[in-house]
Design a protein around this ligand. Structure first.
Ligand SMILES: [Zn+2]
Length: 237
């Protein structure tokens, strides 16, 4: 399977929350987009792995994904080990994505930043011919990091998701087990009512940076080339 875009994330719902609008935008542009979750989220405080897998299937359908897969690595136990990197690298060879979205390489949750780090190394390993992996070597052309979980970070670029915001919210709301109405857990598990405001205010914050209503932030390690300085988007003044 040749994917145009593959989002690799630690837990089911990470892709929806951090770059769901961008994923939907690419699907609606006609690209083949897949999501690879590294863990089933079984160690999360709320919802079993089975329930989260049903929720994830519904969210995938909402976003129009060509593929959703789960590697079954240990939740709250992602680590920089060769076995995990080779498993991810095998998926990259199988799916042959042109662009890979990874979680930003730093942050609060160890699974998130570890997924970003081992995901990057897996993209490298997938291109090495002599490793014990099936299929032809493949490396993605582009790796971009979804940085919404680290909102203080200045993004390299922001994707305008204004027309896709409602669908993103709908995909997030498929994960009903992750929302709570208990006041003491509101910081990590917002209520349904609070979710719209929370997702909306972050998307609005990044949208403002590029002069649109809603946006999602990304970071790249490399510099982006510009050919035409006359038609560059985003007003300076
Ligand atoms: Zn997560």
């Amino acid at each position: 399977m040749d994917l145009d875009v593959l989002s690799i994330a630690a837990h089911p719902d990470d892709t929806e929350l951090t770059c769901g609008g961008t994923v939907i935008k690419m699907v609606e542009a006609g690209y083949r987009v897949g999501v690879l979750d590294l863990t089933a989220g079984e160690a999360g405080s709320r919802g079993s792995a089975r329930l989260r897998s049903r929720e994830s299937a519904r969210a995938s359908k909402t976003m129009g994904l060509a593929l959703r897969d789960n590697l079954g690595l240990p939740d709250a136990g992602l680590a920089d080990v060769r076995e995990y990197k080779l498993k991810i690298a095998q998926k990259i060879r199988d799916l042959r994505p042109r662009t890979v979205i990874l979680p930003y390489w730093d942050g609060r949750h160890p699974d998130h930043y570890t997924a970003g780090r081992i995901g990057y190394e897996a993209c490298f390993l997938a291109g090495l011919a002599k490793l014990p992996l099936a299929g032809k070597p493949h490396r993605p052309h582009k790796i971009i990091y979804a940085s919404l979980y680290v909102p203080a970070l200045r993004p390299t670029f922001v994707v305008d998701i204004t027309p896709y915001f409602e669908k993103k919210l709908k995909a997030i709301l498929c994960y009903a087990s992750q929302f709570s109405s208990r006041a003491d857990t509101q910081n990590l598990f917002p209520s349904r009512a609070d979710l719209r405001e929370r997702v909306g205010s972050l998307a609005r914050h990044f949208g403002l940076m590029i002069g649109v209503r809603y946006g999602e932030p990304f970071v790249t390690r490399e510099v982006t080339a510009v050919d035409d300085i006359v038609t560059m988007p985003v007003r300076s003044i």
